[in-house]
Design a protein around this ligand. Structure first.
Ligand code: GLN
Length: 496
């Protein structure tokens, strides 16, 4: 197999080729490492690449394949054995630096794996390295990374989205076969949309947060980015499930995700909320999503309008709750326990010096916002009120799901924007999240599928949202769409 063909393989194809002995993990992993070396300087998707570790893991996977072939064992190995995967730099991988895109964690090397990473590891995956992110996952463009932004493989003058922009750019740019990301307010779905890949944000509590550096603990979830629904579902299936180390993970068993290749949507009702097609949305985004809905109708789905009247409050509610939780979670970075320390005579000076110097401006802004919202005298007016409205947003979903099976909407109001377009005005950046935040506030699963391009050649994504723990049927619907479309098969030209 030529290197170019090899890099076009999906995870599912690569797994089949490895299993059949037509491909070795060493060939596959080397192809990715070489491509990273060649193209990552232009994209900056990675903060850390573990070349040696990856090659070792690949060789070990090949040994396992060989042994099982010799024994003639028909025992199915996990589809991730020998597959090169990238991990967002907010998840702990033992022995690899974990910076969260922040100077305050520079040099921190966790001694343990996050549960999601441990599950990939046990499945035999090859971890290529750690991908770039907005500092502590706070942002929508990777411009808040202390180590420089990632570039969008479709146009290097555009952002890849965020905060899992490194993971999305790595998958789109063929610098990883698939990647883990995290989604607190859209950070898997929005970069997947901006980079033209498929991304799954699972139900809150479906995937363990153990070893995920906390941002907004009532919102954070680990998700998967891949070339298509099947690949993302394989990764999701490997990381999902109860974990005694995270008491918020659900007991519910993870159903097997069966994706048939029959493009059949008869009996499925798709809800389209008016509130997600508001003024200010880029017309091509709306047009592509509406075309995708027509395709789903042709497959037999019934498309219905639904009302989700509290959608407009998602931005203010999220930007109280997430910073409030962040202000508590980030209190532990004091220059004593992790990372670098700014030396001083007096303890408070160490704290002030370290936090003042090592946190970036967006993180400081959120810590201040959150601390204010939680302070005595303001708590009821801001945090308490936001929690009440969060309930109303969740009820919008509950009511909609009494009527429809999935909700379809744009992921973001625009395609990938330019660098610096929103950095001067944080509020305009927050408004970019208007369509992705509700799913987090309600805890429901969502998946981004590519549905075409705008006139500038930038990908447009549609998000499908389902009821809590309804990933299996949600992914079946998303997969049916991909069996009759090929937007997810397009890849950008090599960056120059
Ligand atoms: N863009 C949102 C924020 O800045 C969401 C980020 C995320 O999902 N991690 O908080």
């Amino acid at each position: 197999m030529g290197v170019d063909d090899l890099l076009q393989l999906t995870l599912a194809d690569a797994a089949a080729a490895l299993e059949a002995g037509r491909l070795s993990s060493l060939e596959l992993t080397t192809a990715y490492l070489e491509r990273i070396e060649k193209h990552d300087p232009a994209l900056h998707a990675y903060l850390y690449v573990d070349r040696e570790g990856a090659l070792e893991r690949a060789a070990a996977a090949d040994t396992r394949y060989r042994e099982s072939h010799q024994r003639g064992s028909k025992q199915p190995k996990t589809p991730l054995l020998g597959i090169p995967i990238a991990v967002k730099d907010v998840l702990c991988v033992a022995g690899m630096p974990c910076t969260c895109g922040s100077r305050i964690l520079e040099g921190f090397i966790p001694p343990y794996h996050a549960t999601s990473v441990a599950r990939l590891w046990e499945a035999g995956a090859v971890i290529l390295g750690k991908t770039n992110t907005d500092e502590f996952a706070m942002g929508s463009s990777t411009e808040n990374s202390a180590y420089g932004a990632t570039r969008n493989p479709w146009n290097i003058d555009r952002v890849p989205g965020g905060s899992s922009g490194g993971s999305a750019a790595a998958v789109a740019g063929r610098l990883a076969l698939a990647a883990l990301g995290t989604d607190t307010g859209g950070s898997v779905r929005q970069p997947a949309a901006f980079c033209g890949v498929t991304g799954i944000k699972p139900t809150y509590g479906r995937v363990s947060r153990y070893g995920l550096v906390a941002y907004g603990s009532s919102l954070d979830v680990v998700g998967a980015l891949g070339r298509d629904v099947r690949d993302s579902a394989l990764l999701f299936g490997a990381i999902a499930g109860n974990d005694p180390r995270d008491s918020t993970t659900a007991e519910a068993a993870v159903p097997e995700i069966l994706l048939e290749d029959s493009p059949e949507l008869a009996g499925v009702t798709v809800g389209v909320p008016d509130e997600y097609f508001i003024e200010g949305i880029q017309p091509e985004v709306e047009a592509r999503v509406r075309e995708a809905l027509e395709t789903m109708e042709q497959l037999g789905a019934a498309v219905e309008r639904v009302r989700m009247p509290h959608t407009e409050y998602a931005v203010p509610v999220y930007y109280i709750i997430a910073p409030a939780e962040a202000s508590a979670n980030l209190a532990r970075y004091d220059g004593v326990r992790y990372g670098p320390r700014v030396a001083a005579e007096e303890m408070w000076e160490v704290l002030r010096g370290t936090r003042g110097e090592k946190f970036g401006p967006e993180v400081k802004r959120r810590i201040m916002l959150g601390t204010y919202a939680l302070s005595a005298g303001y708590f009821d007016a801001y945090y308490g009120q936001a929690q009440k409205v969060r309930t109303l947003i969740r009820q919008d979903f509950e009511q909609a799901f009494e009527q429809v099976d999935v909700i379809a909407a744009p992921v973001a109001p625009t395609t990938a924007f330019g660098f610096g377009e929103h950095t001067e005005d944080p509020l305009s950046m927050y408004l970019e999240d208007v369509f992705s935040l509700p799913a987090n506030l309600a805890g429901v699963p969502g998946v981004t599928v590519p549905v075409g391009f705008d006139a500038a050649g930038l990908p447009v994504g549609m998000q499908l949202m389902g009821p809590p723990f309804g990933e299996a049927s949600l992914l079946r619907v998303a997969h049916a769409y991909q069996t009759v479309t090929d937007w997810h098969r397009r890849s950008p030209p090599d960056p120059v």
